[in-house]
Design a binder for this molecule. Structure first.
Ligand SMILES: [Zn+2]
Length: 1155
């Protein structure tokens, strides 16, 4: 035996006496039978004395490498002598009192827990166990238990639970013994299986005997008992037991008692523990009912109100709020059905999926609520539940979504359709065969007349005043004055007579409606040459006074905007509801403000105060107005104009508001419409408000949001457009709103709406706005609107920018289900001459294929696309160089119907078009079908694009970033390293994102990911990569919120930054071109590695690919954001912040994956 630390007896310094004693103890342990009881008593007694008197001896025993603990534990295991046992237990108690977790760790690792538990069980079998022994055993276990992860299982397996329980029952008045026993019981109870079995042994009742009304005595004991009770009540069986025995009102009474008496807040923790018990009981439906019956809402509401001024009592307010939200009776969304108000009949109904389900839903079924909250039957504890016993979470479980099949990852590039079938797409690629023999190289003029070019547009519109009856503008007598071209209206200098505009002051004549109809009639009048004139007839009435509404002159600032041209475009846009109105912001245009819009700092306590206001609805029901002021479900949407409420409207392109209810004088609940032919996807909004009072804060609540979290919790503001501001010279969307937050509300979501999940709730997005102008018309939107008509107007203006150097074609790729045209653009440079070489260079330029706006709610994608298109049509040398480098094929709006009808995610088929790329249907998904066909055609003729990029918006992350596809990075994510070592992969997919991170301030390389997920296998990015064989196939995601890095750090994103992103994308493409030789470009499967190596980061960086795509990148706040007041919450609600992690949120994968 070589134990260097055990010193010999001779020549030991006195300081090591304890080591000598341990040596003696070790020898005594070594004897076959411990004969000399007296000796071992003496040695342990001396050790105890040394330890009690000299701190350094404790250190000596516990130094690293010392076998002291082993020796002591062996002695404990071997001896039957009570005195020795007590000595050793005292030694251990002394040793483990200090030193934190490490000493306990040594104790546990040497098997100490089991030895002590066995001793406890043995002693428990004796007729009258020594009280002192029991006290020491429990004191020791109370120290060890919380730090031994498997303590609960060990105690149960050793049969220790009952020993402690019996001891407790016999010693309820013996506080000295009671405390350590309760402490141990508390640790036992934290194991869910133990909790069930302890409940059966009557421990819940036992705890109620310990817990009493307010008393300054024994508060420590009380606290432990409450914590034990709270742990036990996590078991549904125990919770039911507590409800049955009327403990809910008892707990509430105890809480009130403490609240009243603990005036100096010395016992906040006890009060919190009482709430903890209530919180756990109300996890079951019976508990919530008992809570309501016992007037729990009012009790907690009132006590919280009294706690609010004391910041240190925040934990009480927060827990109370959590309980109240959980118990708040689930309400029904105020809708007849959650199916979209508007319906588009489909000629081909998909065979399966959500749309098929929607169609097969029998009439009369209530889809707004169902019995999904009544799932009490499932609340049965499983005896063999080992869930909490092992902390073995499969680290790969969260990577379930990552594609691991290497064969599936490999690009196949197979022709899925015969070439004969694809040949029809040849007509979209005239540039491949163009010989320009008829071409006059000098002219380059537009071939079709542009409405905007013909004459300078009108600059003023006649608006009837409140006191006049409007006269239709088609009446020739009523022609608006046309200002001279040389005399643009001077907006800022000419104060607008607000009263004379009185957009909202005409109770009898719905002036506002007239106004916009007037606009469209003006359009008819002015644009007959373009549209053939199919205007409606207006009533013939006498004219009265008229006010002139000045249209802001934005021509210089917005070269692509023209209000009159916009109206022309609107006429050709087909919407399902048949919109006739035009929203002012789209008509006037948006000039990006030149001030900075900072990401909002979250104010502490906002969420809580909003939730308390919601709870007040229940506490003071008579304060609630509940007045419906806007309702699309009614045949004639009511327009209430009694001067007591706001007026709402969203019946214009991209508008989305289904219902508005005035809840309090200055508070409105708003309900968004579902995507057409769908019953969910509520996120995008765009609506108009008028009849406001100035200087009063209005609270707006969008009450049927579905996502479990939102950037509105992280500093994002809504957008507002004031018509008064616009006509006084500032036509623009501005970020606005205070007290913004996003939280789970009390409106229940049927399982039909929640994809089969039961017991779900909706979320509320709330914001507060104080209006600045009287008689204003204001618009609110989720993000900068960009309508289909806007796109058409921009394309028309871009086309007019053509120079002889630019080759520009706009074709109709196909017609959408809604009868709208899906434009396809071809942009490149004209050949330098008709010489063979130049024509050849022209035809053989590599193709760059860009698409955008497959998701209508992601309007930022359109603004990025606008930036790209403007760059491509610009006269700069860079742009010319870029055009000479590539042929651009661009589909700027893959989902016009969705955009027009105010959808958030789907097309008129009620489906997410970016999940249809594997097998798009020509009938249901024409734009995807034909876009894919174009790409298939390109591959078939050997002209696979060099780059494919689909522009999107991301609602959960900041910055702009890309998703790409890489076999290696996907494989790395899944730890299947064995097979990846022999994988060859061109790293070219990294070049473009790298270039963008150098060029575009909003772009963040570290947010990029190149992992291929299974759930994304039918997206454009993955299909174009895998099937079409485009190595550089991307989704570019732009934030809806703002940036947290780079030049724009701390700022919300605006259209200027988005457009800049689009133009920098072009610059990056140009650099990409310069890095690649023409030869390689023609066959870009050859390695670009050498050329691009300077751009690609070191291999080290690449082997640490960005984290899994859907991770949330937001920190937790000071104020705990609570998303989890779910009635059937199973998890420990103390771990609420875990819900910030969307990977733990089943909803997230259900519908939130945004590519
Ligand atoms: Zn998207």
């Amino acid at each position: 035996m070589n134990k260097p630390k055990m010193a010999t007896e001779k020549g030991i310094p006195s300081s090591s006496r304890v080591l000598m004693l341990l040596g003696q103890l070790e020898r005594l342990n070594g004897e076959a039978v411990v004969t000399d009881i007296e000796a071992i008593r003496q040695v342990t007694g001396k050790i105890l004395h040394l330890i009690q008197t000299q701190e350094k001896t404790r250190k000596e025993i516990m130094t690293k490498g010392s076998s002291g603990m082993e020796v002591i534990l062996t002695s404990l295991e071997n001896t039957r002598d009570l005195q020795t046992i007590l000595n050793i237990l005292c030694i251990l108690n002394e040793l483990l009192t200090v030193g934190g977790g490490r000493r306990v760790g040594v104790f546990v690792s040497k098997g100490g827990t089991a030895i002590v538990l066995q001793l406890l069980v043995q002693s428990g079998k004796e007729a009258s166990p020594s009280e002192e022994l029991m006290l020491h055993l429990h004191s020791l276990l109370a120290k060890v238990g919380p730090k031994d992860r498997k303590f609960g299982i060990k105690a149960r397996l050793n049969g220790a639970l009952n020993v402690t329980v019996n001891l407790l029952k016999q010693n309820l008045q013996n506080h000295k013994l009671l405390l350590p026993c309760l402490q141990v019981l508390r640790v036992y109870s934290s194991n869910s299986v133990n909790a069930v079995s302890l409940g059966k042994s009557g421990v819940v009742e036992l705890m109620f005997k310990v817990i009493g009304p307010y008393s300054k005595k024994n508060t420590t004991l009380l606290k432990v008992a409450l914590d034990t009770l709270a742990a036990l009540l996590k078991s549904k069986m125990n919770a039911r037991r507590a409800v049955d025995r009327a403990h809910v009102p008892a707990l509430l009474a105890i809480y009130q008692d403490w609240h009243r008496n603990d005036t100096r807040h010395r016992h906040m923790l006890i009060r919190k523990s009482i709430l903890g018990c209530i919180k756990n009981i109300t996890n079951i439906k019976l508990g919530r009912k008992a809570f309501i019956d016992a007037d729990g809402m009012r009790i907690l509401y009132n006590t919280s109100a009294e706690c609010l001024p004391v910041r240190t009592l925040d934990p009480l307010v927060n827990t109370s709020s959590l309980i109240m939200r959980k118990c708040f009776p689930k309400n029904r969304l105020p809708l007849p059905t959650i199916k979209s108000v508007f319906h588009h009949p489909l000629q081909h109904v998909p065979a399966s999926g959500p749309v098929a389900q929607l169609y097969s839903q029998p009439p009369g079924v209530d889809d707004v609520v169902d019995e999904s909250d009544d799932n009490e039957d499932t609340e049965v504890d499983t005896e063999n539940d080992t869930e909490n016993e092992e902390d073995e979470k499969d680290p790969r479980a969260q990577n379930d979504d990552i594609e691991t099949d290497i064969n599936k990852l490999r690009s196949r590039q197979v022709l899925t359709r015969p070439f004969e079938e694809l040949r029809v797409y040849e007509r979209f690629f005239r540039e491949f065969s163009e010989d320009f023999q008829d071409c006059e190289f000098e002219s380059g003029k537009s071939t079709s007349p542009s409405a905007s070019d013909a004459s300078k547009p009108l600059r003023s519109i006649i608006i009837p005043t409140a006191h006049s009856t409007p006269r239709p503008l088609t009446d020739p007598r009523n022609k608006p004055p046309r200002p001279d071209k040389g005399e643009p209206p001077r907006l800022k200098d000419t104060p607008v007579d607000l009263d004379s505009i009185s957009i909202s002051k005409a109770p009898e004549s719905k002036l506002e409606l007239e106004l916009v109809q007037g606009l469209s009639q003006l359009l008819l009048d002015a644009s007959q040459s373009v549209n053939g004139g199919c205007g409606g007839e207006g009533p013939q009435e006498e004219s009265g006074e008229q006010a002139v509404l000045e249209v802001p002159d934005t021509a210089a600032l917005l070269p692509l905007h023209d209000p009159d041209l916009y109206l022309v475009m609107v006429k050709g846009t087909c919407s399902v509801p048949g919109y006739t109105e035009v929203a002012y912001p789209d008509y006037f245009g948006h000039v990006a403000p030149n001030f900075r819009e900072h990401i909002l700092e979250r104010v502490y306590g906002v969420q809580r105060s909003k939730i308390f206001q919601d709870i007040e609805r229940l506490i003071h029901p008579t304060d609630i107005l509940d007045k419906v002021v806007y309702d699309l479900d009614l045949q004639s949407c009511p327009v209430i104009d009694d001067g007591e409420c706001l007026k709402f409207n969203s019946q214009f392109e991209s508008g989305n508001l289904r219902k508005a209810i005035q809840v309090r004088k200055f508070e409105y609940d708003l309900v968004l419409n579902s995507d057409i032919n769908s019953n969910h996807y509520h996120q995008w909004f765009y609506f108009e408000v008028s009849s406001m009072r100035v200087g009063v804060p209005y609270r707006f609540n969008i009450i049927n949001c579905e996502k479990s979290n939102s950037q509105f919790n992280y500093g994002m503001q809504v957008l507002m457009y004031s018509v008064q501001d616009a006509i006084s010279g500032s036509p623009r969307w501005v970020r606005t709103g205070s007290d913004i937050c996003y939280y789970k509300n009390h409106f229940s979501r049927s399982s039909i709406a929640a994809g089969g999940q039961k017991g779900k709730s909706y979320y509320t997005m709330t914001f507060t706005v104080t209006f600045q102008h009287k008689d204003d018309v204001c618009y609110f939107a989720y993000h900068y609107p960009y309508t289909y008509s806007t796109l058409k107007m921009h394309l028309q203006k871009l086309r007019a920018l053509r120079t002889p150097q630019i080759y520009y074609r706009q074709e109709q790729l196909c017609e959408t289900l809604g009868g709208n045209c899906c434009p396809l653009l071809t942009i490149t440079a004209m050949p330098e001459s008709t010489g063979n070489d130049h024509i050849c260079q022209f035809r053989n330029r590599p193709v760059v294929f860009l698409t955008a706006r497959v998701h209508p709610g992601e309007t930022n994608a359109s603004w990025v696309m606008k930036g790209t298109l403007e760059f491509l049509m610009s006269s700069s040398p860079l742009a010319q160089s870029l055009r000479e480098s590539y042929i651009f094929k661009i589909i700027p709006m893959l989902n016009p119907d969705g955009v027009i009808n105010g959808n958030h995610r789907c097309s008129l088929s009620g489906e997410d078009l970016n999940r249809q790329w594997l097998t798009p249907s020509a009938e249901l998904h024409p734009t995807i079908y034909h876009t894919k066909s174009l790409l298939q055609y390109l591959t078939a003729i050997g002209r696979t694009p060099l780059v494919f990029c689909d522009y999107h918006g991301h609602s959960r992350k900041k910055n702009v970033f890309m998703y790409g596809c890489s076999i290696k990075e996907t494989v790395w994510q899944t730890n299947v390293s064995a097979s990846s070592s022999d994988l060859q992969e061109d790293l070219g997919y990294r070049t473009l994102p790298k270039l963008l991170s150098q060029l575009a301030p909003a772009f963040s390389l570290s947010s990029c990911s190149f992992v291929v997920e299974r759930s994304k296998e039918s997206t454009a990015r993955v299909v174009v990569w895998r099937e079409i064989g485009v190595q550089r196939s991307y989704t570019m995601e732009s934030t809806l919120c703002g940036c947290d890095q780079g030049k724009y750090k701390g700022l919300q994103i605006g259209t200027r930054e988005l457009e800049e992103m689009g133009s920098q994308f072009c610059v990056a493409l140009l650099r990409l071109r310069r890095l690649t030789s023409p030869l390689e470009l023609r066959n870009h499967h050859t390695h670009l590695l050498d050329m691009e190596s300077d751009l690609i980061e070191t291999r080290c960086n690449i082997t640490c690919p960005t984290t899994y795509v859907m991770e949330e990148d937001e920190p937790a706040f000071l104020e705990e954001v609570d998303y989890s007041a779910e009635s059937d919450e199973e998890n420990d609600p103390d771990a609420d912040h875990a819900h910030l992690d969307p990977s733990s949120d089943p909803e997230f994968t259900h519908q939130d994956s945004l590519t």
